[in-house]
Design a protein around this ligand. Sequence first.
Ligand code: 5GP
Ligand code: MN
Length: 331
Amino acid sequence: MKNFDQLKDLLNSPKKIVIVTHPRPDGDAMGSSLGLYNYLRSKGHFPTVILPTEYPDYFRWMRGTRKAILYNRRKEDADKVINEAEIVFCLDFNSLKRVDPIHNVLEPLKVPFVLIDHHLEPDEFEYALHNTKASSTCELVADFIEMLEGEFPNLNKDIVHCLYTGLVTDTGNFQNGATSVRAFELAAKFMKLGLDLEYIRENVFNTYKEKRIRFLGNALLNRMVVVPHLSIAYISVTKEDVRTYDLNAGDTEGLVNYPLTIKGIKVAVLLKEHGDIVKLSFRSKADISVNDFARKYFQGGGHMNAAGGKSTKSLSATIIEITNLWKKEYA
Ligand code: 5GP
Ligand code: MN
C-alpha cells in the first residue's frame, strides 16, 4: 500500500471513521465491514458502518450490525456521520459510483479514503489495499490488520467470526477459483483463535425459512431455462415470487450457482425483478469472463467468474438480449 506509514500514523490516535460497503451486502461485504469495525473499536476509534441497503437476517449475529446505519432508511443520520468522518474506508467495492446515492456525500469530502477490495478494475484511491487475487475482502482486512500490528494479531472472536464469514462465502465454502493458499492459512489461524465452525454453520447457512426452501424448489422446477448448445442457463425471480415466498434480502443468495452443477453448463445468470429494473447475477467457469460481459453490456462488473449488473428491460426481453449478445461475443 502506497503511503501506508502515513495512514498508520493517522490511526495512532482515536479517529471518527466511516466504513462503507456495497448495496445488498453479502457475506464478504458484511464480514469485512463488521470485522474492521470491531477491530477499530478495540483500538479506541469511533467507527460507524454505513450500509447502502438492507442486509440479510443471517448476518444479524455479527457484533455491531445493530449500530450500522442503513442509508436507504436513515439518510440524514448517515449524511451527518459521513460529514464528520476523519477517515473513510471503502470495503468490497472499488468505485464510488457503485454506492450511488452515497457517493454524492462522499465525493466532496476532503478526508483520507482507504480502499480495501479484490474486484477487478478499481478506481484510483489515495490509500489502497487492492488485490484481485485475494479470496475476499475479509482476507485483505486481515492483511491490513497484520500490517498495522506488525505481526498476526490475537483477534477476538467477534472479529474472527466476521472475517471468516467473508472467507467462507466468497470462496463458496473453499471450493471456487478464489480459494487461495492464504485463504486456507487464514482459516487455520482463525481456528487457532477459537473460530466456532458450528456457530457459523448454524447462523449463516442453516437459517432458511420453510418458504425459502419451497422457493428454491419452484425456481429450479419452473423458473430455470437451459440453453445447452450455448452452455448457458437462466433462473428468473419475478416480483410475484418475491411476494409468494416472502423473500427478503439475501434469500436468493447461492441460487445462481445451481445451473453450474449441470454438466456442460459454463455460464449461469440469475435475473431478479427489482422495482423497475432487473438485477443480474452472472457466474461462469474457467476463463470465461462475466466481468467483461457485465461491464460492457449491463453497467456492472465484479470478478472474472462472478459479476453483477442491471437491465431496464423485462425478464424475458433481458434473457433474449443476453442470449443474443452471448452468441455474438462467444459462440
Ligand atoms: P452477486 O451476483 O453475488 O450479486 O455479485 C457477484 C459479484 O459482482 C460481487 O463481487 C459483487 O460485488 C459484484 N457486483 C454485483 N452487482 C454489481 C454491480 O451492479 N456493479 C458492479 N460493479 N459489481 C457488481
Ligand atoms: Mn468480496
